[in-house]
Design a binder for this molecule. Structure first.
Ligand SMILES: Cc1cc2nc3c(=O)[nH]c(=O)nc-3n(C[C@H](O)[C@H](O)[C@H](O)COP(=O)(O)O)c2cc1C
Length: 182
């Protein structure tokens, strides 16, 4: 299905104005080797049951190792982990090299020192254009203190915290609210 009117660069540029966090989705292949891919399309979907989704390119190696019912991990990156994001969007062979990864409760490979971790079971794979929407039921989740790595307009960003009323003319709020500057 091709769009008659919308230019692809315009679409990409517009989507790039949406700020996201950065995750690495991981899976253990049938031969016991770990696989992972940098993914910014993570979205929480439902609280009851606890569902999340990621969107992954149909051509990505990752989807070949993830049949329905199989487990996968979501590693939410912390602000200093740009290197991991780059490493997991490069060629498959180098992705886990030099990384002290470990296995989670479900056997999925997990990355060290991340901001949060989820272990999920793939319950639905929806074909949507050139991507698959992968819906996972979260079986285990844990989070730690820290700030996230963010991605905006094709660049990595850090959050900078400053008091909200330092930037507002009227100073609404009592100084206890904080704004995020990306
Ligand atoms: C910050 C960032 C976010 C990304 N988000 C996604 C995503 O949500 N879905 C996706 O399919 N690829 C995404 N990619 C691209 C993949 O990580 C990259 O194409 C990867 O090499 C594909 O892996 P493959 O070897 O399994 O094909 C992203 C890359 C970066 C750097």
């Amino acid at each position: 299905m091709r769009s008659e009117i919308l230019d692809s660069a315009q679409f990409r540029g517009t989507c790039g104005r949406f700020t996201t966090g950065v995750t690495v989705a991981t899976v253990m292949a049938a031969d016991g080797s770990p696989h992972g891919i940098t993914v910014s399309s993570f979205t929480p979907v439902s609280l009851e049951p606890p569902l999340i989704l990621i969107c992954v390119d149909c051509r990505a190696q990752f989807v070949r190792h993830l049949p329905e019912g199989h487990k996968f991990g979501i590693n939410m990156l912390e602000e200093s982990q740009q290197g991991l994001s780059r490493q997991f969007s490069r060629k498959e062979a180098v992705r886990f090299s030099g990384i002290a990864w470990h296995t989670g409760k479900t056997g999925v490979p997990l990355l060290p020192s991340v901001l949060a971790i989820m272990e999920c079971k793939l319950i639905q794979r929806v074909s949507a254009g050139d991507h698959f929407i992968l819906v996972g039921q979260t079986l285990h989740a844990s989070f730690y203190e820290g700030d996230p790595l963010t991605y905006f307009n094709g660049c990595y960003r850090k959050l900078l915290w400053e008091p909200w009323n330092a930037r507002s003319q009227e100073g609404f709020g009592d100084g206890m609210d904080w704004s995020l500057i990306i």
